[in-house]
Design a protein around this ligand. Structure first.
Ligand code: HEM
Length: 416
């Protein structure tokens, strides 16, 4: 079983600055699909699931693979786990209850209504380039649209958005010195261990959220925050700590993920000018397929973790109660057994049941419909505005074993 896999540490943040170690994951899928993995930072180790089928199995069997004890690689004690719990670190029935309350503005029916707003914002973002031909795609396009849309949904003033998103970046980017002063594996963050992402920045987000909620209690408005304050049909409501945690989760989970997936799309258009050239003639269904292939291709959240609830066996490996199990979405989405020509970008790939949003799980990304809409509309508007997009200098990858992304992508475009 043990293989001649090259010695590349899949738990190290630095590994992903260079790129995704595709050959390591391919080797694990072929030779050791349920692999015991040591952690370079002294963590207690975990099982790596790298096959599509196994990732799906673990996602579906929440009675065996729990989210309650953490969804990141990091080991947390009981006090930390409790203090930092969001809906992501819950199992049913607790999770189902919360999800029912917060899901209302994110259902497909609700999201269809946002298309006009997303399109207006996408046009505005492109217009703000003022005909510039050379710029950083991440900063000027991919960061802008998700940020503005989140601001619109939450009913927040435009002038607060940049500040807010930089706080979300500091949380999700807690392993990249470009985004935070509190780099988890380079500074002592033990003082902040009870805060999301072990970062004091979370306090600023909580304070902001508290004020925003108080304002809406006095003067209800027509936004998602006001909607979340309203009781459900059966009278259920959320307390303030839960609301604040959810606010921080949206700012952190809703921005970077969409941004880096959009950037991966731009990279595809650079690498395949024929796909970008074909975009204006694609109908909505075709662009939707393209978007899903970009989502698979990017697999921006590379993994999520679960914890074994009771001793169980998977492909002959004995998983013990309490063991950490990591679902490597970045590997599952490139599993040849599920995706023919997995290493090829196929714009009309169908079927394409990728796990970029955590397919078929109770925790399926809440923002999936919104993210798909933002990606589709932005790609459509880019193709209306430009005939071509080219690389214009070296790009830079994000330092993280969790989020795969390009944080700087200098481009040159030709306007129509
Ligand atoms: C391309 C963009 C995105 C990607 C790749 C992505 C990925 C994911 C994944 C893989 C999960 C599942 C976590 C798990 O298995 O434990 C998830 C959950 C979640 N996502 Fe996203 N996400 C994206 C955009 C968004 C947006 C735009 C929002 C909100 C505005 C959002 C909010 C959430 C929330 C609240 C959860 C937790 C759901 C739950 O626990 O029930 N995401 N996301």
């Amino acid at each position: 079983m043990p293989s001649d896999s090259p010695v590349i540490d899949i738990t190290s943040h630095d590994t992903y600055v260079v790129g995704i170690p595709r050959e390591v994951f391919a080797d694990l899928r072929a030779n050791n699909p349920v692999a015991w993995t040591e952690e370079s930072d002294g963590g207690r180790g975990f099982w790596s699931l790298t096959k599509y089928e196994d990732v799906l199995f673990a996602s579906r069997h929440t009675e065996l693979f729990s989210s309650r004890l953490g969804i990141r690689l990091e080991d947390m004690d009981e006090e930390e786990t409790e203090a930092r719990r969001t809906m992501m670190e819950m199992d049913s029935p607790e999770h189902t209850r919360l999800r029912r309350i917060v899901a209302r503005p994110f259902t497909p029916r609700a999201v269809v209504e946002y298309e006009e707003a997303v399109r207006d914002l996408a046009k505005e973002v492109l217009a703000n380039l003022n005909g510039k031909t050379e710029f950083d795609f991440v900063k000027d396009i991919a960061r802008e649209l998700p940020m503005r849309m989140l601001g619109r949904l939450l009913g927040l003033p435009d002038e607060d958005l940049d500040w807010l998103v930089s706080k979300g970046d500091a949380l999700i980017g807690n392993s990249d010195p470009d985004f935070t002063d509190y780099v988890v594996d380079q500074t002592d963050t033990s003082e902040y261990r009870l805060l999301p992402f072990r970062s004091p920045v979370a306090i600023e987000l909580f304070e902001y959220a508290q004020l925003a909620l108080e304002e809406r209690r006095v003067t209800p408005t027509n936004d998602v925050l006001t909607a979340l304050l309203a009781p459900t049909k059966d009278g259920d409501t959320l307390d303030d700590p839960t609301l604040k945690n959810f606010f921080a989760l949206m700012v952190a989970a809703g921005n970077d993920t969409t941004r880096y997936t959009m950037t991966a799309g731009a990279q595809v258009f650079i690498d395949h000018p024929e796909i970008f050239a074909a975009l204006p003639d694609m109908d909505e269904a075709q662009v939707k397929l393209l978007v899903d292939e970009v989502l698979r291709w990017a697999t921006t959240t590379m993994h999520f973790r679960r914890t074994v609830v009771e001793d169980t066996e998977l492909r002959g490996q004995k998983l013990k109660k309490g063991d950490k199990v990591v679902l490597w979405y970045i590997s599952a989405n490139f599993d040849e057994e599920q995706f023919p020509d997995a290493e090829k970008f196929i714009p009309d790939r169908s079927p394409n049941d990728h796990v970029a949003f955590g397919l078929h799980s109770a925790h399926l990304c809440l923002g999936a419909h919104l993210a798909r809409l933002e990606l589709r509309v932005m790609f459509e508007e880019m193709a209306k505005a430009w005939t071509k997009i080219e690389a214009n200098g070296p790009s830079e990858r994000f330092r993280s074993n969790f989020i795969s992304g390009t944080k700087k992508l200098p481009v040159k475009v030709s306007w129509r």
